[in-house]
Design a protein around this ligand. Structure first.
Ligand code: TRP
Length: 355
């Protein structure tokens, strides 16, 4: 249809039209801490959405190495190594660097500068009330010995999002409070500036919610040993599904089983392309007469199908480190222009001194 329309237009009008359309695309900024290879929780939580938006949005993906340091300052090597790992995962799942800009946080100075500015538009009390921060303080047992960088990362994340003037942020459920806090900072900056220099952003969160670990714990993480990596081998996948938490009271096939809290069904909810059939399977399981082996075999096949092409592309790409570096370099340069422009806008809007 687009082709037909363009063919009727004179050449210059067509190119003007495409350029305008591109500029009107809403902007996405999202990213991941570089602490290790990504897992299928990332896939269900945000990678699948990011793949979907490559054409309809102007999309930036941030390799968040600076943010990764906020709770990994003891292991900067891991953070550095993981930059390539996460970039490989992006490309392996099908992120196309021609359509999505992949960029590196530590090499975008405007993000650090905006973070410093925004820290003046947020209180320590508000940072401590952020539910994501609160949960993580508890989970890591930080107490008052929380690294200041960690406590302040919501302001830095606000800098990430606003530096791109992003209005859409596809993330996992746990990140929703960070977007809310970003918008609070945006409103304060705009109020001080006396004009809307920054747009507010909207989180896009998958309906299925957060994918639990294979052991049924709420959080899937590599460090928790309950994750399935996007680079998992066929044997890893088989072993993970075999070990997966189901219904501990479902001892015999003929017993009625529980679907809620049963990790196999939670994963099937997230990944099974035949959701109608899945509804029937759930009913059968609840009635009794359907064994764990059957549902695990179904899930294993689905996960093998999902991961096999990703693993193959990842293995191929990992042979070409030069290419990965080129992708990150080019993306970071493109992102630098954008983020520097926003920093200038904010400095101007706030009326700060300029030489
Ligand atoms: N906080 C995100 C995570 O834990 C990573 C991240 C950094 C991010 N900056 C962002 C996500 C900006 C969305 C938008 O993985």
């Amino acid at each position: 249809m687009g082709g037909l329309l363009f063919s009727k237009l004179p050449r210059c009008a067509a190119s003007h039209f495409t350029r305008r359309r591109k500029m009107n695309k809403p902007t996405i900024l999202t990213g991941d801490r570089t602490t290790g290879p990504l897992h299928i929780g990332h896939y269900a939580g945000s990678l699948a959405n990011r793949l979907r938006y490559q054409d309809s949005h102007e999309q930036f993906l941030l390799l968040a190495d600076t943010q990764a340091l906020t709770d990994n300052a003891h292991d900067p090597q891991k953070v550095r190594r993981s930059v390539i790992e996460v970039a490989l995962d992006y490309l392996a799942v099908g992120i196309d660097p021609m359509r999505t800009t992949i960029c590196l946080q530590s090499h975008l100075p405007a993000l650090a500068e905006l973070s410093m500015l925004y820290l003046n538009f947020v209180t320590v009390a508000r940072l401590e009330r952020n539910p994501t921060i609160k949960d993580e303080i508890r989970a890591r047992g930080f107490g008052r010995d929380i690294p200041a960088g960690f406590l302040c990362y919501p302001a830095a994340q606000a800098a990430d999002i606003t530096a791109f003037k992003a209005t859409v942020v596809p993330v996992g459920e746990d990140q929703a409070p960070l977007i809310e806090q970003t918008n609070e900072i945006v409103r304060r900056v705009n109020a001080t500036a006396g004009r809307p220099v920054l747009p507010e952003a909207r989180a896009i969160i998958p309906r299925a919610g957060r994918l639990p670990g294979i052991d049924g714990k709420a959080k899937m993480s590599k460090s928790g040993g309950n994750a399935i990596a996007l680079s998992a081998s066929p044997e890893d996948i088989r072993a993970a599904v075999k070990a997966m938490f189901t219904d501990p009271n479902h001892l015999r096939v003929e017993d009625p089983g529980h679907v809620e809290g049963n990790v196999v069904f939670t994963y099937l909810d997230a990944f099974d392309p035949a959701q109608d059939e899945l509804a029937e399977l759930k009913a059968h399981y609840q009635r009794g007469g359907l064994g764990d082996g059957k549902i695990k075999a179904r899930l294993e096949a689905i996960l093998q199908d999902l991961i096999t092409p990703i693993r193959a592309r990842r293995a191929r790409l990992s042979q070409d480190r030069g290419y990965i570096l080129e992708v990150i370099k080019e993306g970071t340069e493109r992102a630098r222009e954008r983020t520097e422009a926003t920093k200038r806008d904010v400095v101007n809007a706030l009326g700060l001194f300029q030489l």
